[in-house]
Every structure is written in C-alpha cells, then in structure tokens.
Design a protein around this ligand. Structure first.
Ligand SMILES: *Cc1c(COP(=O)(O)O)cnc(C)c1O
Length: 225
C-alpha cells in the first residue's frame, strides 16, 4: 500500500471534528514529504533532536507535535517551533516548557498525559495527580504554557473491550475536568487518544485527535518507536 492510499483510507474514518496526526518517528524526510504531498500538514515525533532535524529539512507550513516522553534537558531543541506537546507527564516538565517558552517570548500549547492503561508501563499523571496539579501554585503567576486538554494511551492489547474501557475513563475524566473551574491557562478542548490499532474505537469514545503512524507509513524498521 502507498502512503497516499493509506491516508485516503484512514481519512474516510475520521470525522471533521477529529484531527489526524501523522506519526513520522523513524521515517526519513522523503517519506514525510510524500505524506506532505498528499496534503498532510501535521506530523508527530517522539524524539526532540530528530524532530528538530526534520523541522529544518522540511517545509515550514508543517505543524510539529511532540508525542513521546520528553526529557527536561531536551525541551530547548523543540521550544522554538513545536505546535503542541502531547506528552507533559510531570510538573517538572511543565515548568521547564514554561521556562523555555518565556525565554522565547512565545506561548507553547500542551496536553497533559494521563495514565489510563491498566498495564503500568506508560507515562502520565494519575487522575489524583492531575487534581493536585490543577490546585498547584504553579498557576498563580502568568505562565507561557497553554494547556489545551489531555492525552492518553490505551494498553497494547487485542482486547477491544479493555481499550474501550480505558478510553471511556479518559473521556469521563476530560468531561469532569471541563466542568470544574480550571486555572486561566488551562482549557479542555482537545482529547488526544487513538493510534493505528485503536483509533476507530477512540473516535467512537470521543477522541478529537488521533496519532497514527504504522497505518500510514507501514511498520517501522527500527526498534526505538
Ligand atoms: C508511536 C506512537 C504512536 C503511533 O503508533 P502507531 O501504532 O504506529 O500508529 C502514537 N502515539 C504515541 C505516543 C506514539 O509513541
């Protein structure tokens, strides 16, 4: 299957209210350009330096989303151009993104990653930690991060019912937070959930942003994704 055929097929299943992020981690720039030539303008990467190199090499109307675990010492590589960081998983990381954004006099949009998987290998805040973060003194001064919503990853399993249950839990949390009074820099408008294997279930459960790699580009050759 070609990238074009894959994209056409996936787009059929994505409603207008949901945004497709093409996950291009480990893919060479030529493959990304192929997707670009099919009209795709939003790409997701999980390594800061790789994303920065691709930003340099590719057209400037691409929106780059950081979707992978981000170390605080790598934030500086992407802060000047990143469009959305999906993977804020600690207050320490949020503080560093805020610091780098202030330096650049820009505001960086972020999502808070929530730990929803029943397996315990994924990063993210627990619902309790999220409540603690919302009540934190971090928000009491002007900040240069804009929290736009939540991101979550379901357990890697063939059990559709389990995946659905985890997405439902995240949507419930999202709606619950949206109904509470949030700090001025926080709003709940984006719910990033769903990958190649589960994006259709995620959309049924209320996803507004899906992150799809393998179903667009084929299987990744290297292990680091
Ligand atoms: C790699 C990755 C994806 C895409 O995974 P596929 O199964 O290839 O679609 C989505 N989200 C995150 C956080 C990832 O690391």
């Amino acid at each position: 299957m070609s990238i074009k055929k894959n994209l056409d097929e996936i787009r059929k299943h994505i409603p207008a209210a949901c945004t497709l992020i093409a996950v291009s981690k480990t893919q060479p720039v030529e493959r990304i350009r192929e997707a670009y030539d099919c009209g795709q303008r939003i790409f997701g990467e999980n390594r800061a330096q790789e994303m920065s190199a691709k930003f340099e090499a590719l057209p400037k109307d691409i929106a780059w989303h950081m979707i992978g675990h981000l170390q605080t010492n790598k934030v500086k590589y992407i802060a000047p151009f990143v469009t959305l960081i999906h993977s804020i998983d600690s207050i320490k990381l949020l503080e560093e993104v805020d610091r780098q954004a202030a330096k650049l006099q820009r505001t960086i949009p972020c999502l808070l990653q929530v730990h929803i998987a029943e397996e315990d290998t994924k990063f993210g805040f627990s619902p309790d930690e999220l409540s603690t973060l919302m009540a934190s003194s971090f928000w009491q001064r002007p900040v240069k991060v804009a929290v736009k919503g939540l991101m979550g990853m379901a357990t890697f399993t063939n059990d559709d019912q389990q995946v659905r249950r985890e997405f439902k839990a995240l949507k419930t949390l999202f709606d619950k937070l949206r109904a509470t009074s949030l700090p001025p820099a926080v709003e709940m408008e984006t719910l990033s959930m769903g990958m190649s294997g589960d994006y259709r279930v995620a959309i049924e459960e209320g996803s507004t942003m899906v992150r799809v790699g393998t179903a667009i580009f084929g299987a990744r050759k290297t292990a680091h994704g």
